[in-house]
Design a protein around this ligand. Structure first.
Ligand SMILES: *[C@@H]1O[C@H](CO)[C@@H](O)[C@H](O)[C@H]1NC(C)=O
Ligand SMILES: *[C@@H]1O[C@H](CO)[C@@H](O)[C@H](O)[C@H]1NC(C)=O
Ligand SMILES: *[C@@H]1O[C@H](CO)[C@@H](O)[C@H](O)[C@H]1NC(C)=O
Ligand SMILES: *[C@@H]1O[C@H](CO)[C@@H](O)[C@H](O)[C@H]1NC(C)=O
Ligand SMILES: *[C@@H]1O[C@H](CO)[C@@H](O)[C@H](O)[C@H]1NC(C)=O
Ligand SMILES: *[C@@H]1O[C@H](CO)[C@@H](O)[C@H](O)[C@H]1NC(C)=O
Ligand SMILES: *[C@@H]1O[C@H](CO)[C@@H](O)[C@H](O)[C@H]1NC(C)=O
Ligand SMILES: *[C@@H]1O[C@H](CO)[C@@H](O)[C@H](O)[C@H]1NC(C)=O
Ligand SMILES: *[C@@H]1O[C@H](CO)[C@@H](O)[C@H](O)[C@H]1NC(C)=O
Ligand SMILES: *[C@@H]1O[C@H](CO)[C@@H](O)[C@H](O)[C@H]1NC(C)=O
Ligand SMILES: *[C@@H]1O[C@H](CO)[C@@H](O)[C@H](O)[C@H]1NC(C)=O
Length: 854
């Protein structure tokens, strides 16, 4: 018995060479054979298969042609692999194929060989989509091993998009794309991937395809365990009523058990217990049996009788196939002879397919037509390929869509600002019925503002500023703008009349009187108000999310953020947007798709986070984990992050007492993480940008509890425990180190690395000053001495102890909290003019606490 590692099969199959015999002229009318990367307009007939390959310029308009590296050993590699087309630009690239016969069943095959074409020795990984549905992740093992994805698919329209999606792991490319018309009566109507296709009697290195196989399926050899091959030299006929057309060359060989009393057994194992298989077995008797001999067998699938008894016909094929899919992790096929059979069972060929559920619908048809027309009308120079909204992770740049389950997505926002548009405002916009946000600003649009824009029922933002529009603003738009149901921006259109029109255009006048940003602020506020009041109407397609939910769908995230309407901040790995849940302001952190893909533990981390509550920790209300959309929804903190407050010279100066309070809040937050949770949580990424301040300047930690790998990658080096580089381990003491650095930054209002200073890092800088006894040089000079010096000394010493190089010399966080409480008490009593009444509490800060000269 053998467990077949079948996913390797497709890869191996195409690595072998085809024998150059038997090239007949055969019908290729239902075929499309594209050799990606050959010279534009060229075509050739492959010497081995006789297939006619064409270049790909009629199927895509993106990418560049490349040859594989000359250093690759091309012996035995198909000619089609010698060149490829690579797509460095655009997140989704599609090949649009229009087969001669639409709505038929096709075998679609995409093949890839990296061949180190870019000389980077870096094998990329990317996703392959059939239209808007995921087909396969192209996972190449090395530069010279091909990868093949094959699907049997019943077309539902007259074209098919095959798309490559960049997922952040290298530049997508493609070597070969092949489409083969099948007979509709073959195989299942459910789309399925070729998982295994073998002839049992083939020699090990044989590979059979066109023209032996009229459908150009690729067959390799596979001999089940404990079997031997029997062959006949006579051709095997197909039955008249079935069109599987398995080549005679394959049917002429069969596997039979070496021990005549044993069955033939095949076992397939997959990780996913919901895997669904379709099985096709092909049989033909290859021996002329004497009168007193019989060959009769039953087929069992997972020990249940599946088909039988079967008596194969001499030199004529019998195909036994699944009617419905079988589900399971393990799939065991056993072919046992019956009691009356004098001969062992045999098996000539086997095919196994995995069901691929293509559930996601394409974008709503009217929206597609509208946006396609807009694209061609303005000759939009963007990588707008394939379906506008799908897949969700690779929708057209500048579009937002609403997604509800697998229903057709609707376009809700179109941003074509600064896109070099020329011409009038396209009437096709009227067909984007669900649009809420339309930005055509900063283009060269001419003509008048059409009145039809007021007929878009859900339109909430219309930005036509910085164009060359003329005439007057339609009165209905003006009215909607006035009564707050529309944010309208028509500024900087020189020819748009303002005062001497029939209907006095109010917007431009107002805009010149009230500074733009105030107008926008008011508009945004009105917008929010209306939006929330009219939620039921605006979001027909999404229900209103609730704060007590923990798990949010992506469409809810869109609702919460009004399609990512307002950005609060942006980091290397994520963006934070403003939003509302249940009328509560929230912040929504959206991880970039590359991070989201790599961040396997996200769900676990997020669940943990939503359970952690403390006054000095930002409250995580919930999260979204849908496909590769990953978001965290948490408390919105009005006063932003600590770095902004410390370093922005326009921000209010924090008093010494406020600084100590913030430091204590931070320490308490850490204390809770380290000691207050069931198992300690290491923050791992403490820095001023992760410390947020609410309306009372109370500090709360954010970004805690995210996966360590993730936090280290995202961390700023200046705050990381120096020991981490030796041990590769983060401990509670690592957080204490980061806290020390943060505390110094709070005291000094100085960037941690200041290129202008001799001692660039804040710790070196502070210890130099401390060595000279210049304590006042460390404190933010803007405080102008308004503090108790003793309290400053203690705080600076504490910071230096925390930031000791050796972790053993750092205090634990509880000691830090105590020391800060003490400093704060001293300062409060000074402020209250009751200095000196507080008893000095001595706190042991660990052995690393070097006494400083005062
Ligand atoms: C591309 O299309 C044009 C026009 O239909 C045709 O003349 C040309 O032969 C096609 N090129 C290929 C490689 O199919
Ligand atoms: C690839 O190689 C062919 C011939 O071997 C050559 O004509 C062609 O210019 C090369 N293409 C590129 C993109 O280097
Ligand atoms: C290339 O590969 C073939 C078959 O895999 C092998 O026989 C040949 O020696 C290889 N050539 C070089 C230069 O490595
Ligand atoms: C499969 O699709 C074909 C063509 O649409 C149709 O004629 C046939 O009845 C379908 N078969 C099944 C089993 O649904
Ligand atoms: C064949 O298999 C049967 C049952 O598994 C076993 O009893 C018998 O010894 C085997 N014969 C040979 C020749 O191995
Ligand atoms: C079948 O008949 C042949 C002779 O015609 C004889 O040699 C053989 O033993 C028979 N086999 C069986 C299984 O009866
Ligand atoms: C068929 O063969 C399998 C594998 O040896 C065995 O487990 C099973 O019991 C057999 N079934 C019958 C009905 O003989
Ligand atoms: C086996 O053969 C005998 C005699 O021809 C017949 O009566 C019996 O039904 C057969 N058994 C099976 C399971 O086919
Ligand atoms: C307007 O568009 C031009 C180029 O089309 C660009 O350089 C400029 O930055 C844009 N202005 C704004 C405000 O976006
Ligand atoms: C409108 O577009 C301009 C230019 O692109 C931009 O500066 C402005 O913020 C936008 N206004 C609104 C309300 O979106
Ligand atoms: C705002 O004005 C538009 C256009 O006149 C009108 O259809 C709409 O009902 C008004 N809405 C409110 C809330 O007044």
């Amino acid at each position: 018995m053998e467990v077949l590692e079948l996913f390797l099969f497709a890869v191996l199959a195409t690595a072998f060479c085809l024998s150059p015999s038997l090239v007949h002229a055969q019908d290729q009318s239902g075929f499309i054979s594209i050799d990606c990367g050959i010279k534009e307009g060229s075509s050739y007939t492959d010497k081995i298969t006789g297939l006619h390959y064409v270049s790909d310029e009629n199927y895509t308009d993106a990418g560049v042609n490349k040859n594989i590296s000359s250093k690759i050993n091309t012996t035995g590699i198909d000619n089609q692999y010698l060149n490829l087309r690579s797509f460095p630009d655009g997140n989704k690239i599609c090949y649009t194929l229009k087969p001669v016969r639409s709505k038929n069943k096709y075998l679609i095959r995409a093949r890839f060989l990296y061949g180190n074409y870019d000389e980077l020795d870096d094998v990329p990984r990317f996703d392959l989509y059939l239209g808007v549905n995921w087909w396969e992740t192209v996972t190449l093992t090395d530069a010279s091993t091909p990868f093949t994805a094959t699907m049997v698919h019943l077309l539902s329209s007259d074209y098919i998009d095959i798309c490559l999606v960049n997922t952040g792991f290298g530049t997508p490319f493609i070597s070969v794309l092949e489409l083969r018309l099948l007979d509709d009566k073959t195989y299942s109507n459910v789309s399925s991937l070729t998982y295994f296709r073998s002839g049992c009697g083939l020699a090990k290195t044989d590979l059979i395809r066109f023209s032996d196989d009229v459908y150009d399926r690729i067959w390799s050899s596979y001999l089940p365990d404990d079997c031997e091959v029997k062959r006949t030299s006579y051709a095997i006929k197909s039955p008249d009523d079935d069109k599987y057309n398995v080549p005679s060359a394959i049917m002429q060989g069969a596997a039979v058990p070496i021990n005549q009393s044993n069955p033939i057994v095949l076992i397939f194992i997959r990780d996913d217990p919901t895997t669904q298989f379709f099985l096709y077995l092909h049989f033909a008797e290859i021996e002329k049996l004497p009168e007193n001999q019989t060959r009769e067998f039953n087929i069992y699938v997972n020990n249940k009788l599946w088909r039988g008894p079967i008596v194969p016909t001499y030199l004529k094929r019998t195909t036994v196939s699944s009617i419905s899919a079988s589900e399971g992790k393990e799939f065991k096929v056993s072919i046992n002879k019956t009691i009356n059979s004098t001969l062992p069972p045999l098996l000539n060929a086997i095919e196994l397919y995995l069901v691929r559920k293509l559930l996601q619908a394409e974008t709503y048809e009217d929206d597609v037509h509208a946006v396609m027309n807009i694209k061609s009308y303005y000759k939009v120079k963007r990588y707008w390929q394939g379906d506008p909204c799908g897949p969700k992770t690779a929708r057209w740049q500048g579009l937002s869509c609403s997604y509800v389950a697998y229903d057709p997505p609707r376009i809700t926002s179109l941003d074509l600002s600064s896109s070099g548009l020329i011409g009038e405002i396209s009437p096709d916009i009227l067909n984007l019925k669900m649009i809420q946000y339309l930005d055509l600003s900063n283009n060269s649009l001419r003509g008048s503002i059409p009145n039809f824009l007021s007929r878009l029922p859900y339109l909430r933002v219309l930005n036509l500023s910085e164009n060359e529009l003329s005439g007057s603003v339609p009165s209905e738009l003006n009215e909607r703008s006035k009564n707050g149901t529309l944010i309208l921006n028509v500024e900087k259109n020189k020819l748009l009349c303002s005062s001497d029109c029939k209907n006095k255009a109010i917007v431009p006048v107002v805009a010149t009187v009230i500074p733009v940003f105030i107008l926008v602020l008011i508009a945004v506020a009105v917008f929010w108000f209306c939006k929330r009041r009219k939620q039921g109407e605006v979001n027909e397609y999404t229900r209103a999310p609730k704060l007590n939910e923990r798990h949010f769908s992506y469409s809810e995230v869109l609702t919460i953020t009004t399609n990512f309407g307002r950005i609060l901040g942006e980091g290397q790995f994520a963006r934070v947007y403003h939003g509302y849940v249940d009328r509560t302001q929230v912040a929504v952190k959206i991880f970039s798709s590359s991070v989201a893909q790599a961040y396997k533990q996200f769900s676990d981390d997020a669940k943990l986070l939503t359970g952690v509550r403390h006054t000095n920790l930002v409250t995580y209300f919930g999260y979204c984990d849908e496909d590769s959309n990953r978001a965290l929804i948490f408390e919105h903190m009005i006063n932003g992050n600590l770095e902004h407050v410390l370093l922005d010279r326009n921000a209010n100066i924090l008093s010494w007492q406020e600084r100590l309070q913030i430091a204590k809040d931070v320490a308490q937050g850490l204390e809770y993480l380290h000691d207050g949770c069931r198992s300690p949580i290491i923050h791992g990424n403490l820095k001023p940008t992760n410390i947020l301040l609410n309306e009372n300047f109370q500090a709360k930690l954010a970004d805690f509890g995210l996966s360590k790998i993730f936090t280290i990658e995202g961390s700023t080096k200046e705050y990381i425990d120096p020991e981490y580089y030796v041990t590769s381990k983060l401990t509670e003491k690592s957080d204490v180190y980061s806290f020390g650095v943060v505390l110094l930054a709070i005291i000094a209002s100085r960037p941690v690395i200041d290129g202008d200073q001799e001692q660039a890092h804040i710790i070196q800088w502070a210890s130099t000053l401390l060595g000279r006894g210049e304590i006042k040089g460390i404190v933010d000079s803007r405080l102008q001495g308004d503090y108790l010096l003793d309290s400053v000394w203690k705080a600076v010493e504490l910071a230096m102890a925390c930031a000791s190089r050796a972790s053993i010399n750092r205090p634990v966080i509880t000691q830090v909290v105590m020391a800060l409480s003490h400093c704060l008490a001293m300062e409060i009593s000074r402020v209250n003019r009751s200095e000196g009444t507080i008893e000095m509490v001595s706190v042991n800060l660990g052995t690393g606490m070097v006494p400083q000269a005062r």
